[in-house]
Design a protein around this ligand. Structure first.
Ligand code: T4K
Length: 381
């Protein structure tokens, strides 16, 4: 059942800070019966009934065959690499949240950064081949802001060089292409259900996988490697989602269509209001059909009167807490910048975009007047 949510009705006040996002939550009263069931059953975790129910519901909602829930997206990434026994070097993008590359380091894998495409802001397939070495075992692209990678071109390279392909799909919940869910591409896709994502379970994540055997390996890996009371088949970790999170997810799903429609309406409003402001370019969304409106990135062009950072500051002074996702580049953080592939000359497009991007507030509860406030600051400069 699709539900609509009265929590969007805020009192009109102008002094409220406007954050880049605000988690969507169902009415608390509807969550209580789930809590009562948990209290009564005393089943809190380890693959309980809500966990199983949410896995089934998500498979159906997303149109995928198998999904394994996790306590967060980062552990899901770390485990996805373990599941496919990835080692050596992995090709990835520097233009992402730092968890993408951290998951490689946690597995003792060397990240190899490849520049991004200036339009999609995803890894540029044309630059992947040159980065492949004898040690390369996999590619880990990111569907940045939920906008799909060039999955066909990337798959071709992975097939030609016999590389594993793991998509960091943390932003891509519910995104579809012509053939169905974007999550069906690659060997595995990893989702995040963090508070800041379009579908949240407070904290949470998942691995989408194509077959039951892989799901079973992932399920073992996220539960210490246990098969049964006396059998441990792998050096697994504890990555399980609790019943509290799973129950929230089941409830959240009922409100998702409504929440997505609100995101879309906000994106359309930004597109209309920002259109014609010299020096401001919207990334995707405006006229784009394959998106989930998880983020609303704009690029501050050279003909805008002030720098990106000056605009970011002006927004803050007006109580608008937009974010510079993804600045700095991952490759600029201390644990990565010594890598040869992290050199600025290797990543000119990513470096340029990271210096010009601002993600504007977008979330279901954002009011029309608040959108106008954000645009006003940008157009008043
Ligand atoms: N791969 C990619 C591509 C990712 O983007 C992420 C996470 C991951 C992997 C890892 O998935 P997880 O392990 O997180 O499941 C946020 C999120 O913490 C992070 O999940 C997300 N990406 C990243 C892009 O953004 P911050 O440091 O910007 O979050 P924070 O706490 O500053 O929150 C932003 C705004 O959201 C706040 O100003 C206010 C609002 N907010 C936030 C939280 C946490 C709330 O209103 N309530 C809240 O509970 O990283």
């Amino acid at each position: 059942m699709i539900k609509s949510n009265a929590v969007y009705a805020f009192p009109a006040r102008d002094d409220r800070p406007i954050y880049v996002t605000q988690p969507h939550l169902p009415p608390l009263a509807e969550y209580i019966p789930y809590l009562e069931k948990i209290w009564n059953s005393r089943v809190l975790t380890n693959g309980g009934p809500f966990h199983q129910q949410l896995e089934r519901a998500l498979c159906e909602y997303l149109g995928v065959e198998h999904i394994a829930l996790f306590s967060n997206g980062t552990l899901a990434l770390v485990t996805a690499l373990q599941a496919l026994r990835v080692t050596g070097e992995v090709i990835t993008t520097p233009y992402s949240f730092v968890a993408t590359a951290h998951s490689l380091l946690w597995n003792g894998i060397k990240p190899v950064f490849v520049d991004i495409d200036p339009v999609t802001l995803n890894i540029d397939p044309a630059k992947i081949e040159a980065a492949i070495t004898a040690d390369t075992t996999a590619i880990m692209p990111v569907h940045c802001y939920g906008r799909p990678c060039d999955v066909n071109a990337i798959e071709k390279i992975a097939d030609n060089y016999n590389l594993k392909l793991i998509y960091d799909a943390a932003h891509a919940f519910g995104v579809k292409d012509d053939g169905g869910s974007i999550l069906r591409h690659g060997d595995l896709s990893v989702l995040s259900f963090h508070a800041t994502k379009v579908f949240n379970t407070f904290e949470g994540g998942a691995i989408v996988c194509p077959d039951a055997k892989t799901k079973q390996r992932i399920d073992h890996l996220k539960n210490f490697g246990f098969v049964d009371e006396v059998t441990v088949v792998a050096s697994g970790i504890n990555g399980k989602m609790s019943e509290l999170n799973a129950a929230l997810g089941i409830l959240q799903l009922q409100y998702l269509e409504d929440a997505m429609a609100r995101r879309k309406a906000i994106a359309e409003m930004y597109c209309e209001l920002l259109d014609g402001i010299p020096g401001i370019r919207c990334v995707g969304h405006c006229g784009e059909t394959v998106a989930n409106y998880s983020y609303f990135p704009i690029l501050v062009e050279r003909n805008y009167p002030v720098s990106r950072d000056a605009l970011y500051q002006l927004l803050r002074e007006s109580n608008v807490y937009a974010r510079r996702y993804f600045f700095p580049l991952i490759s600029d953080f201390p644990m990565y910048r010594g890598l040869p592939s992290a050199a600025r000359e290797n990543l000119p497009i990513a470096a340029d975009i990271a210096n010009r991007v601002i993600c504007l507030p977008i979330y279901p509860g954002l009011e029309e007047q608040q959108v106008r406030t954000v645009v006003q600051v940008i157009s008043d400069v």
